[in-house]
Design a protein around this ligand. Structure first.
Ligand code: ZN
Length: 172
């Protein structure tokens, strides 16, 4: 009879990813710093903040694997489509608001996103995607500013993400 020792394997299972029902943020149960709220549910760092879902959507991209030097073409393509959805969500938040500067930034983000063609797999597409994300961040900050709130600081939420070691290319 073979020994039935699965305990170690079970411990090695990847942390379960739970999506916050309020903002859609990906919450990893085993994440360091992930507080456990009432009822044993993982706390969400974005809940209660203005534009929580836009912040969470931005940071998931900002700390995404696609920005790492070892990113696979599939991770890049997935991020490309995710940026498209992120920009659409920002566009919805802007609807009905009279914020010309924010609309200009969103137009630049969309333009950069369109210029990024990951099927070409050129280094330029990563740069354009990075630009699109930077402009998206600007729009979120415009929305926050309109409400008299301070800018969004992704690093305040870095402990919730796996890829804090991503070599950021903000200098582009
Ligand atoms: Zn949340």
């Amino acid at each position: 009879m073979l020994p039935q020792d699965n305990t170690r394997d079970n411990l090695r299972m990847p942390a379960a990813v739970i999506h916050c029902p309020n903002c859609g943020a990906e919450l990893r149960c085993a994440s360091r710093g992930a507080g456990t709220g009432p009822g044993g549910k993982p706390g969400c760092p974005y809940d209660g903040l203005a534009y929580a879902s836009l912040r969470a959507g931005h940071d998931a991209l900002y700390f995404g694997a696609w920005r790492g030097i070892d990113a696979s073409p599939m991770e890049v393509r997935r991020a490309y489509h995710r940026i498209g959805r992120h920009l659409a969500a920002i566009g919805q938040a802007l609807t009905g608001q009279d914020l010309p500067a924010a609309e200009r930034d969103l137009a630049r983000a969309v333009e950069a996103h369109q210029a990024a063609d990951p099927s070409e797999e050129s280094p330029d597409s990563l740069r354009f995607m990075d630009n699109a994300l930077s402009f998206a961040h600007r729009v979120i900050d415009d929305l926050l500013h309109e409400r008299g709130l301070p800018p969004h600081q992704p690093m305040d939420f870095s402990e919730w993400y796996d890829r804090v070691d991503v070599p950021f290319r903000d200098e582009w």
